[in-house]
Write a protein that binds this ligand. Sequence first.
Ligand code: ASP
Length: 334
Amino acid sequence: MKKILLIHTGGTMGMTAGEHPSLATKQFEDEVFRHVPGVKNIAHIDFKNPFNIDSSNIGIRHWVEIGSIIEEHMETYDGFVIIHGTDTMSYTACALSFMLTNLPKPVILTGSQRPLSAIRTDAKNNLINAIELATYDIPEVGIFFDYKLFRGNRTIKISIDDFDAFSSPNYPLLAEVGLNIEIKNFHRTPTGIFRLHKNFSNDVFCTRLFPGFNPVTILSLIDSPIRVFIFEAFGSGNVPILENSLVPIIQKISGSGKLAAITSQCVNGSVDLALYDCGQQALEAGAITCGDMTTEAAIIKAMYLLGQFDGNAGKVKNNFNISIAGEITERSDP
Ligand code: ASP
């Protein structure tokens, strides 16, 4: 029988049921075996409970803690399931996918919209299937939610209350669960020795542009420790170039040895700065594209690369469009 390590970090799945779910003090292990005793037939499951928090409170030290548990137990288990709040699950999936280089085994994050102890819940379904999928040979950091296994660093949370809460707009599903489990052929395979990288930097700023956006708000940040500025721009990566032009700001950012990166408010498709003048001018001012990365992936990648390159924004720039864990379609990809 396969061995799975289940790492409970908090979120709704383990919360107490009721009008306002709240973090439970009960052992998650007891809850699992009380509500879904049958999981024992899928795999031998051991538990770790590093912390129990609403995922809105997650940060770098939590990612390092989860990554270290996985590293420590990599030899002992066939797969890992992480129970995590849905609100920031996509960010954690990005972080882990970058940290766990040459991951040889599945790491599957899941959670739920309703607690495990609620009668009408998506928790049982998500938990059972995540455990089952962690027994397969899918060496990826995935998110399992509502019958679908996604590449985690391609996901976004799209719904506050639907059970179908995640989407992966620019990458196909890794697996789909129905009568049978259908594994697609889109997953990665390790190409070298597994290693955990723990360095991140939070000298990253991200803002969504909107008509009337006052670029002066960014000026004061240019002299701050922020080293990467991510702008969630319009359509194919367009920014204002007439009134309230962002171009001089991008020039100032680049001129001060920092990085301006452009992502899109559209979730489908890839940023193409050369398509319109409003992108081309940003490009000429020194901005770079985030390609088809989600904004979540772009932020965490900037944090990760700054951590790896000791805050050197030039090196971040050179590596930003190179795939670390399949989070971006590289230009040479078909
Ligand atoms: N606020 C919760 C969390 O992210 C929501 C959830 O678990 O779905 O921890």
